[in-house]
Design a protein around this ligand. Structure first.
Ligand SMILES: *Cc1c(COP(=O)(O)O)cnc(C)c1O
Length: 415
């Protein structure tokens, strides 16, 4: 069956026809038959250069031979035990060793689960109720973080989804990114804040970088108010380098959440941090957290193989940075808009200056983005289908892929 027919049938079986909303491309999404390296092959027989990469996890590209081998070796031995495994120690050891902010770690099954538990833990540790997040910051699909952006720091949070009780988001306050004064103001007014959670590099509103000194300022202010600092490194962990944003910017949070890359393309999440805080998690302490699939062996095998490969080939990061920069240079050579890059994350904004926060991202022309996105797909490049998602490169992208991506950008933006 072709993609359009599959989608017609999918709509009769699943709400909106999809398993996650961003995939519901109009008039219909393409269906993928298989993937290898930098390419997706659709059921309609098209080969596409993939710059979505599963929304971030696939830093080594699709079906990387070493990950595949590790997975196959694990599958021979079974794939769910419900007991501890030696593999857990391997992955935990790697992540703890790479992150100054992580002394111990708990594995879960998704990033959403990780931030949910980290927030619960921060409340359990401090005995306080409120959390502060950044406007437009994405931390998964659970109640406490589904707050409408733009509900100001002074007012109570407003749910961003039907079915979320106003009571549940009343304890979630928001501040704009790159605004230390707003953070200082809310923390000095409110004694009941348990934690400030943010993506140190914002990757779910396109790509918005921290101003120089912002993250260090965030660390100082949260410490001065005795508020826990949670870095959501679900995208940035092992994406912007080994050690994520905390190493890149030299700022150590109290808790860190992980996901995406650390599972090598299989479902995962994790949260870790200071030992005295983490020791409150059950069974060591009174903050409950549990999961049937937590630390499942197949994911751990894929995750370990990925991190080991990155450790053994650290030059991957330099090469990805150069390749992404090369795309940016060609795009910026012409005309308008702005190209934002951080390592292998990149985004073109229909806006003259790079946005510094969610409000500025919202000013971008989304209709223009929609037209651009379709013309990129026509040109054989699959970008995440939203102005609010980041694009990625992987180690599997060749020089020709990169040239083709850059040429398609120039063609689709400037004709
Ligand atoms: C993807 C993402 C999440 C949610 O992870 P899931 O595995 O989709 O639940 C949370 N925070 C950030 C920053 C993310 O990019």
């Amino acid at each position: 069956m072709r993609s359009d027919d599959l989608f017609e049938r999918a709509k009769t079986l699943m709400p909106g026809g999809v398993s996650s909303p961003v995939r519901a491309i109009r008039p219909y999404p393409f269906y993928t038959a298989r993937a290898a390296g930098s390419r997706l092959t659709t059921v309609d027989g098209r080969d596409l250069i993939d710059c979505c990469l599963g929304y971030g996890p696939l830093i080594l590209g699709h079906a990387h031979p070493e990950i595949r081998e590790a997975l196959l070796r694990q599958l021979e031995k079974g794939w769910l035990y419900g007991t501890p495994t030696p593999l857990e120690l391997d992955l935990a050891g790697l992540i703890v060793g790479d992150h100054p902010g992580v002394e111990t770690i708990r594995f879960v099954s998704t990033g959403s689960e990780a931030t949910m538990a980290a927030i619960r833990l921060a409340r359990g540790y401090t005995g306080r109720s409120d959390i502060v997040k950044v406007e437009g910051g994405f931390h998964g699909a659970h109640d406490a973080v589904l707050v409408r952006a733009g509900s100001g720091a002074t007012t109570l949070g407003v749910p961003d989804s039907a079915g979320v009780l106003p009571d549940l988001v009343a304890h979630t306050r928001q501040v704009p990114f790159n605004d230390l004064e707003a953070l200082e103001a809310i923390l000095s007014r409110n004694e009941d804040v348990a934690a400030f959670i943010l993506e140190p590099i914002m990757g779910n509103i396109g790509l918005v970088l921290p101003d120089s000194g912002y993250l260090a300022g965030v660390r100082e202010i949260t410490a001065a108010h005795d508020v826990l600092l949670i870095f959501d490194e679900i995208i940035t962990g092992y994406r912007v380098g080994i050690g994520g944003a905390q190493v890149r910017y030299g700022v150590t949070p109290d808790l860190t959440t992980f996901g995406k890359i650390i599972g090598g393309g299989l479902p995962i999440g994790a949260f870790g941090g200071r030992r005295d805080i983490m020791d409150l998690i059950a069974p060591a302490g009174p903050v409950y957290q549990a999961g049937t699939f937590s630390g499942n062996p197949a994911t751990l095998a894929a995750g370990c193989a990925t991190l080991r490969h990155l450790h053994a080939h650290r030059d991957i990061y330099r090469r990805l940075d150069e390749q992404t920069r090369a795309i940016g240079e060609q795009v910026c050579d012409r005309g308008e808009g702005s190209f934002v890059q951080m390592g292998s994350m990149f985004k073109y904004f229909f806006r003259d200056a790079p946005p510094r926060n969610y409000r500025e991202v919202k000013e971008c022309d989304t209709a223009a983005f929609g037209r651009f996105w379709f013309s990129m797909l026509e040109a054989g490049i699959f970008l995440p289908p939203s102005q609010f998602e980041t694009n990625f490169l992987s180690a599997a992208h060749s020089e020709q892929d990169v040239e083709q991506i850059a040429a398609a950008y120039v063609q689709c933006l400037y004709g």
